[in-house]
Structure formats: structure tokens, C-alpha cells
Ligand binder design. Structure first.
Ligand code: SF4
Length: 299
């Protein structure tokens, strides 16, 4: 068999190379005739990549085969790893959120103003205002569209059937109103017959929500339903277009999901909503180190 022309050329041109090969072949013969069974023994440069080591080993084997046997032997592929193992991929570094600071616009003060508010027509028929409830340093700020009959009667947000489902959904991703959420609505008084709030109602009321946000400084906003998301994002697009996608409101990351009452009416919305909640969980793990730790410890 005719030796590879490139090998022949190098061998003929380089006396030093031939000497090296002789040395290697001698060592190889001491270890048997299995090729460079452990090429690391021949002192590869530590700076060489696994690919470079493989190329050198293949080349030396090829040259040795032709010198010794006159033809190329079959050998298994070499597999080299780096001298230093590659670093393990690390989860994104979670951020420690700053403590709320700034103006002394307390939640109580905002709630007091809401109780006596008559800036829109909704004040006329309300039983109670529903300013919102939750912890003072929430991870997420949940926003619905407006109080319903039970909320109007109790003064608390999301307490009916839809509210119970919302609590269940939040719990599935380690969130709850008594531990790490604040829950409110875009309007703090009940629209009659549970109709959608009108722009002339959301317009003046949004100021309270903005002040609550500025005070609470959550890691993210979760809009429960189309109306809340459309109001904050100033869009008329259907929620199917932007649910599960992070956007921004007043510098806070914002994601919208279907309203829990929509899930009660339509079971097929549960699966995509669960996917959205998982996306929320991933985002919150990036945004808050304590939450990320809780999730990892719970895995
Ligand atoms: S809905 Fe808002 S703006 Fe309208 S009366 Fe109630 S608190 Fe005031």
C-alpha cells in the first residue's frame, strides 16, 4: 500500500520528526501494539485543546502505521477531555431587591384616600372600596379588573370562586397573598353588574395603583385577565396575543395571564395558563434570590 503523500513528505523533510516517531514507537511497543493507547503519556502540551490533541494523536498513529506496517490500522476514536473540566453551567444570578424607600406614601394613607374617593361614578353604588391586600414587600403585584359582588361586600380583592382559584394558581408557584404577593384591581370600586370598567373610571383610579406600586416596589406585576393588562399596557389587543410574555409597566416587568374566572368557564385555558405560571416562576427566580432558593429547596 502507498503511504499518504503528506506523511511521506513530512517524514522525508524532518529528521527530527522521524527521531520523535522512533521514540514514540519504542514507547508504544513497550505498551503493546495498540496504538497510542494513552497519548497523554507522551507529554501533550497542557495548553492544547482536546481537538488539537486528537489531531496530533491521529497524525502520529497514521505516521506510525505507515512506518511500521505500510498501511493504516483501524483504531477506535480518541476522546480527550480538557485538563481542567469545563465549569458547570450556573443558574442565572438572582438579584437582591432593594428595600422600598422614598416618599412616605404609606399603604394605609392610600387606602384612606380610596375610602373617601369620589373621583368617578363608581363611588355612588359601592358598598365598600377594595384598595387591595397583601404583604408590605411583595414579590409580585397582582392586578385584576375590579371588585365583584363578594369583594364589594367584604372589602377584600379576589375572594369569590375566581379568587380561590387565583390563590390556588399562585400557590402552585410558591406565591400567596399572605407571604409574597399584593393583590389589587385597576378600579377600587365595583362596576355595576360586573361590567368592564370604563376609561373614565380606570383613568382617575390608576393613580392609586401607581402609588401602591411606587410604595411596594414588587419584583414584577402579574395581570389577571384582559382588562387589567389592556389598561396598564394601553392596548386593545386580545390577551391571547400577549399572555405569558414579559413586557414592562412603569419599569416593572409585567406578564398577563387569563383571568381565573375565564379558566372556570373554559377548562382548556388551564394548560396554557400553567405554562405562563411556569414562565413567571422562572422570571421571579432570576429577579429574587430568596424566591429562587425556596424553589430550589422545594425541588
Ligand atoms: S373606582 Fe377609583 S376613582 Fe372611582 S371612585 Fe372608586 S376609588 Fe375613586
Amino acid at each position: 500500500m502507498v503511504p499518504d503523500r503528506r506523511v511521506t513528505y513530512i517524514i522525508l523533510k524532518s529528521r527530527e520528526f522521524v527521531n520523535t516517531l522512533v521514540k514514540i514507537l519504542t514507547l508504544e511497543n513497550q505498551a503493546g501494539r495498540g496504538g497510542l493507547a494513552n497519548p497523554g503519556n507522551f507529554g501533550f502540551n497542557k495548553g492544547m485543546t482536546p481537538e488539537q490533541k486528537t489531531q496530533v494523536a491521529l497524525f502520529l498513529d497514521l505516521a506510525g502505521d505507515y512506518l511500521r506496517d505500510g498501511y493504516k490500522q483501524f483504531r477506535e476514536e480518541y476522546r480527550f477531555s480538557d485538563d481542567a473540566p469545563p465549569p458547570k453551567p450556573q443558574p442565572p444570578q438572582a438579584v437582591r431587591r432593594p428595600e422600598p424607600s422614598g416618599p412616605t406614601d404609606s399603604l394605609e394613607k392610600i387606602a384612606d384616600e380610596i375610602r373617601s374617593c369620589a373621583k368617578c361614578a363608581l363611588h355612588a353604588a359601592r358598598t365598600q372600596t377594595v384598595p387591595g391586600e397583601g404583604v408590605k414587600r411583595p414579590l409580585i403585584f397582582v392586578v385584576g379588573e375590579g371588585p365583584g359582588a363578594e369583594e364589594d361586600a367584604s372589602g377584600r380583592p379576589f375572594v369569590g370562586k375566581a379568587g380561590q382559584l387565583l390563590d390556588k394558581m399562585l400557590r402552585a408557584v410558591n406565591l400567596s397573598r399572605d407571604r409574597n404577593c399584593f393583590i389589587t384591581n385597576v378600579v377600587k370600586c365595583r362596576p355595576p353588574d360586573n361590567r368592564d370598567p370604563l376609561p373614565e373610571e380606570t383613568g382617575p383610579c390608576i393613580e392609586y395603583l401607581n402609588r401602591q406600586l411606587a410604595r411596594l416596589k414588587p419584583a414584577a406585576i402579574l395581570c389577571a385577565g384582559r382588562i387589567a393588562a389592556q389598561t396598564l399596557l394601553k392596548t386593545t389587543e386580545g390577551i391571547g396575543k400577549f399572555r405569558g410574555i414579559f413586557t414592562e409597566y412603569a419599569t416593572f416587568p409585567l406578564m398577563a395571564i387569563y383571568h381565573p374566572s375565564a379558566l372556570l368557564r373554559n377548562e382548556t385555558l388551564k394548560r396554557p395558563t400553567w405554562e405562563d405560571l411556569k414562565a413567571l416562576r422562572t422570571k421571579l427566580m432570576e429577579l429574587d434570590e430568596r424566591y429562587a432558593l425556596e424553589i430550589r429547596e422545594g425541588d
